[in-house]
Design a protein around this ligand. Structure first.
Ligand code: COA
Ligand code: AMP
Length: 634
């Protein structure tokens, strides 16, 4: 099957195409129905199918005689650990932990928040929830207590699963006090908190609510997988939107399993004997889909790496992991390779390792900038593939489907729409752009299986945020263009979301933190281009009348506030005092204009501007403070 025939089949006859793909996974009750309209006017997939995701990822392989194959390799240069779990061993660990959770009162449909570092127990906890039909919500360790509290109040978990600490470079970060603070801040109080004690730091447990992971597992019996409907939620994953409140992206069980299995074949070209390594974190969508679920549903081996591309211990870390575990396909963020290139421009470390097992290197999380593409391609010597996706879709919207047919790569492009995704470039209502013309990127409905079904407890937010802009389409929030040959080029966001080191962050959320400072009247947070992390947030702040401050001290205070409220992951390190911000006559800050100045782009001053001289003034301050950087700085 070539890419073209497969793509046409998937978009012209989606039901037929996906019901055929659905036959590849082990359902308890195979679906007869493909895509159906729901009562709320959206769509679902495989409504009449029944399954269990942990069964697909574990029991199914054991039943088929592959129990002794390695399912998961934990590699932690930080703790000098390499641990391998066969499918048999992972099944025992998951079904026993699921038994433990069940004893704590977790059952089908209940939510469980998982706040864990990159240790195997994070994946075990996720799969244990899936086994019970419970809905997990993993929260990235770099978020502060307040962010965790917001998610606790939204998801209302029965239990939280955490670890005593995370390890980041040379720092041991206590997790337990942070969880305690979050529970304190939240209105909703979970019944139980399971703590995995790591020897680097032992947490003090509270008898009332805390359970030691090991003790719980020791005294629990393994439980069988619970049957769920294809449309039942598997997980909620919070992601940044334009407002301060994160959006709980809901993923179903059936469509998710079918889409991920398909992607392992068509996009990544993975077989059961392959080793797949997604160098991400379980707190992000890449970690959900490609550290945990997809490789295991496929029956391959996944690598869970607790370390960084550089500094753990050096810029040879990635090559060492490839050699140690004979990795066949690596998936990482471009920022990781920019970090490696910066530390080791000639890739001297590469020659110390045998990386011949590597077939393909996939990049995502942000646009793969051409300099990083060329460097990686030349040094590593395997196809380097940019592919584009989002938390909402759960798998790549655009890719080079090497499993079907290797297509030519074009630097700066995330290649072609993946089968199932009917991608259009639109301007205004349903006006399709011609090749080369920029516009908003939208996907014609229905989306293929595996994409979000709604926003947790807020379907209206889902409709307003994604379905209203273009009737009959899902708005991605990204803009770009398609060339004559159908290659898609992603140029950036249409909203106030920024991308810092492959992490998606909301400037609106940071603005809320800055605006709460007693000395600040108004503010705007924008992303400026950064050579390592792609973008970095910077706050432009306007003081209240009559207030005079030490600008350095104010900056430090604001940096600390963002760290405390959102977390270190925001990488908020700069705040600059300005005399005024460019605004419309109705008082709206012209954020787009600020973004254009920061990127040294030609400026479009809207006719509604209140005072045109404010543009020159802010531009001069931003230049003075070194905040104007072209994307070529990346
Ligand atoms: N728990 C607690 N804190 C965390 C954390 C975690 N899981 N992850 C990051 N942090 C902290 C870091 O310690 C750092 O804190 P600091 O300000 O006290 O130094 C801060 O958050 C920023 O971290 P990070 O963005 O990771 O910066 P870095 O300088 O430590 O590393 C890179 C830079 C480029 C090496 C790193 O960002 C990277 O590997 N990025 C890849 C991202 C990725 O995989 N994205 C997924 C999409 S595929
Ligand atoms: P997240 O939901 O955290 O995965 O972030 C999704 C957003 O990251 C997308 O909407 C894009 O803005 C950006 N992104 C991810 N992958 C790419 C890519 N390959 N090229 C360009 N932008 C990307």
């Amino acid at each position: 099957m070539t890419y073209k025939t497969e793509y046409i089949a998937s978009t012209h006859h989606p039901d037929e195409f996906w019901l055929e793909q659905a036959r590849n996974i082990a359902w308890f009750k195979p679906p007869q129905k493909g895509c159906q309209k729901t009562d709320n006017g959206y769509y679902d997939w495989f409504r009449d199918g029944q399954l269990n995701t942990s069964y697909l990822a574990l029991d199914h392989h054991v039943k088929n005689g592959r129990g002794d194959n390695v399912a998961l390799i934990y590699d932690s240069p930080l703790t000098q650990t390499i641990q391998r779990f066969t499918y048999n061993e992972l099944l025992v660990a998951v079904s026993k932990f699921a038994g433990g959770l069940a004893r704590l009162g977790v059952s089908k449909g209940d939510r469980v928040i998982i706040y864990m570092p990159m240790i195997p127990q994070a994946a075990i906890a996720m799969l244990a929830c899936a086994r019970l039909g419970a809905v997990h919500s993993v929260v990235f360790g770099g978020f502060a207590a307040n962010e965790l509290a917001v998610r606790i109040d939204d998801a209302k978990p029965v239990a939280i699963v955490t670890a005593s600490c995370g390890i980041e470079g040379s720092k041991v970060l206590p997790y337990k006090p942070l969880v305690e603070e979050a529970i304190e801040l939240a209105k909703h109080k979970p019944q139980a908190c399971v703590v995995f004690q790591r020897e680097e730091l032992i947490a003090t447990l509270d008898e009332e609510i805390d359970y030691d992971w090991h003790a719980l597992v020791k005294t629990s019996e393994p439980v069988p997988p619970v049957t769920v409907d294809a449309t039942d939620p598997l997980y909620i994953l919070y992601t940044s939107g334009t407002t301060g409140k994160p959006k709980g992206v809901v993923r179903d069980n059936g469509g998710h399993a079918v889409a991920l299995y398909y992607s392992m074949n068509a996009v990544y070209g993975i077989s059961e004997n392959d080793v797949f390594w997604a160098a991400s974190d379980v707190g992000w969508v890449v970690g959900h889909s490609y550290i945990v679920y997809a490789p295991l549903i496929k029956g391959a081996t996944t690598v869970l790496y607790e370390g960084k591309p550089v500094g753990t211990p050096d810029a040879g870390a990635f090559w060492r992991v490839i050699e140690s575990h004979k990795v066949n396909v690596l998936f990482a963020a471009p920022t990781a390779f920019r970090a490696i290139r910066k530390a080791d421009p000639d890739a001297a470390f590469l020659s110390k390792y045998d990386t011949s097992s590597l077939r393909t290197l996939f990049m995502a999380g942000e646009r793969l900038d051409p300099p990083t593409y060329y460097w990686t391609n030349e040094k590593v010597g395997v196809p380097v593939i940019d592919h584009w996706w989002q938390t909402e879709t759960g798998w790549p919207i655009c890719s080079n489907p090497v499993g079907l047919e290797y297509m030519e790569t074009k630097p700066g492009s995330s290649s072609l729409p993946t089968p199932g995704f009917n991608v259009k470039i639109l301007k205004g209502f349903d006006t399709q752009q011609s090749p080369g013309e920029k516009g908003a990127i939208a996907i014609k409905l229905p989306l293929p299986p595996g994409c979000l079904s709604t926003i947790w407890q807020d379907h209206q937010r889902f409709v307003d945020g994604y379905l209203r802009e273009f009737d009959g389409y899902y708005s991605t929030g990204d803009n770009g263009y398609v060339d004559e040959e159908g290659y898609v080029f992603i140029m950036g966001r249409t909203d106030d979301v920024i991308n810092v080191a492959g992490h998606r962050l909301s400037t609106g959320e940071m603005e809320e933190v800055l605006a709460a400072h007693p000395d600040i009247a108004e503010c705007s947070v924008i992303g400026i281009n950064d050579a390592l992390k792609g973008q970095l947030p910077v706050g432009l702040v306007l003081l209240k009348d009559g207030v005079s401050v030490d600008e350095k001290a104010l900056e430090q205070d604001l940096v600390q506030r963002v760290r405390d409220r959102i977390g270190p992951v925001a990488c908020f390190k700069r705040a600059v005092v300005v005399n005024r911000l460019p605004k419309t006559r109705s008082g709206k800050i012209l954020r787009k204009l600020l973004r254009q100045i920061a990127a040294n782009e030609s400026i479009t001053v809207p006719s509604t501007i209140d005072d045109p001289s404010s543009v020159r003034e802010i531009e001069s301050i931003m230049r003075d403070k070194g905040l104007v950087k072209e994307p070529s700085a990346v």
